[in-house]
Write a protein that binds this ligand. Structure first.
Ligand code: MN
Length: 263
C-alpha cells in the first residue's frame, strides 16, 4: 500500500512487470545451470569425459555470455560451481575462481556461431584415432546423422605455423577462433591428438551429439576391422538426424537416471 502511494498505477505496474520478468530470467538461468550439472554428470557416467572435459551453455539473458563450471572434474559439478563468462572468456567481475584453461573453445565458437547454444569438449579415447590417422569420422548408423558427410579435423600446428610446438590445448582466443573456423557449419570437430568438440542448439542435444560421436567412433573402428563400411549418405544423415534428435529427450532422461540423478 505504501508503495502505491509513492508511484502512479502505470509506474507501479511497470515495476511489477519488471520484477516478474527478472524472476523469469533468474529461473531460466537456474534451469540452465541445472542442465549443465546434469550434462556434466551424464557425460561422465557415459564415459565421454573423465577428470577432464567440459560443457557450456550460452546465456539466455545476454547472448554474448556463457555459463560453464569452474575448473573441476565433471563428475562432481554442482550448481554452485557454475560461472558466467563474457564473450572473451573472461569470468564476470568479482569471480576469482579458477576457470578451465580451454574456455576459449567455448567463447570463440559462441562468437562464430550465433546458432550454437551449447558446447561439449571431451577427450574420449574412441575418437582419438580418427584425429591422428587421416581416416575420416563418418556416420555409420542412424544415431549419428549429425556428423553429416564427414567430420573436420583441427590441426593445431596449422593454427600456429610460426610456433607449431604446443601442449595441444586451446588456451587462448586466437586458437579458439581457429578451432571455430575449422568447425565451420559442422556439429563436431575433431582435434588432432586431443579429442573433439560438439555443438548444438541446446544442452541436451549437445550431450546427445557428444555421446553418439563417441559411440559412432567405436562402431566405425570395429567396422573398419571387418571390412569397408557403408556410411550413411548425406540425405540419410540429414533425415536420421531430424528424427533421432527430435527424440533426444528420451536419452537425456535415461542417462540422467543412469547417472544417479533424480528425475
Ligand atoms: Mn581438452
Amino acid at each position: 500500500m505504501r508503495r502505491n502511494s509513492l508511484c502512479g498505477v502505470l509506474l507501479c505496474g511497470a515495476v511489477a512487470a519488471g520484477a516478474q520478468a527478472q524472476v523469469r530470467l533468474d529461473s531460466q538461468i537456474a534451469n540452465l545451470a541445472d542442465d549443465l550439472v546434469v550434462a556434466n554428470r551424464i557425460l561422465y557416467s557415459q564415459g565421454v569425459v573423465d577428470g577432464f572435459g567440459h560443457v557450456s551453455a550460452r546465456s539466455p539473458v545476454d547472448p554474448g555470455h556463457f555459463f560453464m563450471a569452474r575448473s573441476v572434474a565433471p563428475s562432481g559439478v554442482t550448481q554452485s560451481d557454475i560461472m558466467e563468462f563474457d564473450a572473451d572468456g573472461k569470468a564476470l567481475a568479482g569471480d576469482t575462481r579458477l576457470p578451465y584453461a580451454e574456455r576459449f573453445i567455448h567463447s570463440e565458437i559462441y562468437r562464430a556461431r550465433p546458432d550454437v547454444m551449447a558446447v561439449v569438449h571431451a577427450h574420449s579415447p574412441a575418437v582419438i584415432g580418427f584425429g591422428i590417422t587421416g581416416v575420416p569420422l563418418r556416420p555409420v548408423y542412424h544415431m549419428s546423422g549429425f556428423l553429416g558427410r564427414t567430420t573436420p579435423v583441427f590441426e593445431i600446428r596449422d593454427a600456429v605455423p610460426a610456433a607449431p610446438e604446443t601442449d595441444l590445448l586451446v588456451k587462448n582466443p586466437a586458437l579458439g577462433a581457429k578451432l571455430a573456423e575449422r568447425l565451420g557449419r559442422n556439429a563436431v570437430v575433431l582435434m588432432r591428438g586431443h579429442g573433439f568438440t560438439a555443438v548444438a542448439s541446446s544442452v541436451p542435444v549437445a550431450v546427445f551429439r557428444a555421446v553418439y560421436t563417441d559411440q559412432n567412433a567405436r562402431i566405425q573402428s570395429e567396422a573398419l576391422k571387418l571390412g569397408t563400411p557403408r556410411y550413411l549418405s548425406e540425405e540419410e544423415a540429414a533425415l536420421t538426424q531430424r528424427t533421432m534428435e527430435g527424440l533426444s529427450v528420451r536419452s537425456w532422461e535415461m542417462w540422467k537416471k543412469q547417472a544417479g540423478l533424480p528425475p
